[in-house]
Design a protein. Structure first.
Ligand code: C2E
Ligand code: CA
Ligand code: CA
Length: 643
């Protein structure tokens, strides 16, 4: 007598897994695909087993033919489970056959299974695997043992494979894979001695469940909104490629204006757009002969990863076409989008040595701005920049401890008074190993780590000390502009810290003007608004920095207590174009109508200077007058100009 209740339970568990996979859209990537294949093979095996048992038990009636068929189908599917499981392990470890003689290696891999299949076919006449005796009983034949031997061969091979890749697994995956294999081995032994118990498939279902939760981690690997693979999945794959030195060709699409456009869309619109891009990128992967997968890396970044085993794939051509398509404005369910793409082709790990650096590099792409056509990582990758980024937390800690930050000052010219009346304080960091590190590199890192709070204090302290000094009084300056990071604005202690600093150096709140950036204030945040208003009530004035680079919500800007708007350099650079004249003229008019003063940043030429003076802007800042200078040089510069 055979019991099929465990098989029924196994089938139920597997069907649930199937539903989970379907609704979590876990179809992408080799790992998911092989898991799905493994699941399908297991479902068929179990179904065939149930069918065979019911026939054997006489629960349903069928001829001799269907009995042979059901048992053959069961053995047919069952023997495929172990090799498919190995394919799955190979996908996890990215270690499917490589190097020369791939065909031979693949043939050897499939040989044991082919032997079983041939034996199963011959069994129809030879009856040496199994047969149905005169009494109608199912009997194992003399070579049935081959079925087990071959399963053991595959299992040992699979174990060796997983062992050889021990360094790319974390503990969770180790446990999952080994307990998966362990379950199966125990169940096989039990079933070998007690064929009636049918525990194998149930153990298999549990192993699959365990692996789905521990190895696949659906939430981490699949982005439910777009159905694409996630950044985590991308990192995993790259980490494996790095360890095994397996070449991947990657096309990264990065919307450089993501921050700007992002603020405009509602959550739903963004999902629609994300899906739209996903669809476009997906349609391109079909062009590749080899398998390619699309990843959604977040913040307007997407990647197509192509297995570069075969040179047949023309990645560059595809990247160009993709760039052309995504460079054009498009409409999706009433949401209009116009991306400014930076499309980059990367050969990993050839162009960029390790996975961490690769991820930094991709995050960094949008800061390079829109590309004309596509760019190649091999042309733009600068190792030093990423050495700095990898070490940045230590560099910053060292700079704070050893007082390496210096504040420079860039004079700002007053058009009405025809002399320098204010200056902007800009931080400089000189590192012994790397020389000057630009703020654009370390400020974002400091914002991420929180070090910006300490750095902000250091800057403010140096500025306050300067303002309280005797030499400052000789310069005739009205105030100094100090940059505030959005992280500082969101800090509960901000107002207290700043007021304390003013007290310590006996300076007035009007001696300093705080700059906040347009992107920082674009969303109303309770703490930020409270901080700004409290400081304003204490008498501190605020400037809006980088005006024209973000999505200008004029309503929001008008609601903040701002005294000054700083027009960004990018607008100044565009000012020469005829089409921009009217826009700039009206912008200036609007700011003036709101009762705010205007600082024009990044003025480098006399032509630009005259243009903005004739527009009646109030202040001019830029290399035309001076670069940011160390304090001593700044003092000399102003004293020279005064005399
Ligand atoms: P920002 O506040 O927009 O500062 C103006 C930047 O433009 C400065 O770059 C300045 O050196 C540069 N600049 C000024 N005039 C010209 C010009 O005519 N031509 C060109 N090409 N550039 C010009 P810097 O010093 O590299 O600072 C970059 C950014 O780093 C700043 O942009 C600011 O956002 C941030 N930053 C600098 N110091 C601090 C600080 O103390 N605290 C915070 N939170 N951020 C800072
Ligand atoms: Ca600034
Ligand atoms: Ca600025």
């Amino acid at each position: 007598m055979k019991y099929f209740y465990l098989d029924i339970s196994a089938l139920l568990v597997m069907l649930i897994l199937f539903i989970v996979i379907y609704f979590k859209r876990m179809f992408r990537g080799d790992i998911n695909r092989y898991f799905l294949l493994l699941l399908c093979v297991s479902i068929l095996t179990t179904s065939a087993d149930i069918w065979a048992i019911m026939l054997d038990n006489g629960d349903i009636t069928g001829g001799l033919m269907s009995r042979y068929l059901s048992h053959s189908l069961y053995l047919f599917m069952h023997s495929a489970t172990t090799p498919v499981f190995i394919l799955y392990c190979s996908a996890i470890t990215d270690s499917w056959v490589t190097g020369k003689n791939k065909f031979v290696k693949k043939a050897i891999f499939w040989l044991p299974l082919s032997v079983i299949y041939v034996m199963l076919l011959l069994n129809a006449t030879l009856h040496n695997m199994f047969y149905i005796d005169e009494a109608g009983k199912y009997v194992r034949g003399p070579v049935f043992i081959a079925f087990y031997i071959i399963a053991v061969i595959y299992i040992v091979y699979g174990l060796l494979k997983v062992f050889s890749c021990w360094h790319i697994f974390d503990l969770g995956r180790w446990l999952a894979l080994f307990s998966g294999i362990g379950f199966m081995v125990i169940a096989m032994v039990v079933q070998f001695f007690y064929p009636g118990l049918r525990v194998e498939m149930f153990a298999g279902a549990l192993a699959l469940l365990f692996m789905l939760m521990m190895v696949q981690k659906p939430e981490e690997m699949i982005d439910i909104e777009t159905g694409l693979l996630t950044l985590t999945a991308f990192k995993n794959l790259m980490f494996r490629s790095e360890k095994r030195n397996k070449l991947k060709k990657i096309i990264v699409f990065s919307a450089t204006n993501y921050q700007k456009t992002h603020a405009k869309y509602t959550y739903e619109q963004e999902i629609v757009l994300g899906r739209g891009i996903a669809q476009i990128m997906n349609s391109y992967t079909e062009l590749f002969k080899e398998r390619a997968d699309v990843y959604h890396l977040g913040s307007g970044r997407f990647a197509i990863v192509v297995k570069a085993d075969e040179p047949s794939v023309n990645v560059v051509k595809v990247a160009k076409q993709l760039n052309e398509i995504l460079d054009k404005p498009f409409t999706l369910e009433n949401s209009e989008a116009h991306f400014e793409p930076n499309t980059c082709v990367i050969q990993f790990p050839k162009d960029i040595p390790d996975a961490d650096t690769l991820v930094h590099f991709i995050e960094d792409l949008s800061s390079n701005g829109k590309t004309d056509g596509i760019v190649f990582a091999r042309d733009i990758f600068k190792q030093e920049r990423y050495d700095i980024l990898t070490e940045i937390d230590d560099i910053l800690e060292d700079a704070i401890k050893n007082k390496k930050f210096k504040v420079y000052y860039q004079p700002i010219y007053s058009v009405d008074e025809k002399c320098f009346r204010t200056a902007e304080a800009l931080i400089r960091l000189y590192d012994d190993k790397y020389g000057f590190i630009p703020p654009s590199l370390f400020i974002p890192a400091a914002e991420r780590s929180g070090a910006i709070l300490r750095i902000g204090e250091i800057v403010l302290e140096q500025v306050c000390e300067f303002i309280s000094s005797e030499e400052y009084k000789k310069l005739g300056l009205h105030y100094i502009e100090v940059n505030l990071s959005v992280v500082q604005c969101m800090d509960d202690g901000m107002v207290g810290n700043i007021m304390e600093m003013f007290d310590k150096y006996h300076i007035r709140t009007t001696d300093i003007n705080l700059e906040i950036t347009e992107t920082a204030v674009s969303d109303s945040q309770e703490i930020m608004d409270r901080n700004i208003n409290n400081l304003f009530n204490e008498g501190v004035c605020f400037s809006l920095d980088d005006f024209g680079t973000g999505y200008s919500n004029m309503h929001r800007i008008a609601s903040l207590p701002l005294s000054i708007i700083k027009i960004d350099k990018s607008i100044v650079d565009d000012a020469g174009k005829a089409s921009m004249q009217i826009v700039i003229e009206n912008t200036v008019k609007m700011i003036k109508a709101l009762g705010m003063k205007i600082v024009v940043e990044g003025v480098e030429t006399e032509r630009q200077l005259n243009q903005f003076i004739s527009l009646r802007c109030d202040y001019i800042q830029g290399y035309y007058f001076s670069k940011p200078l160390p304090k001593e040089d700044f003092v000399t510069f102003l004293l020279d100009k005064a005399s």
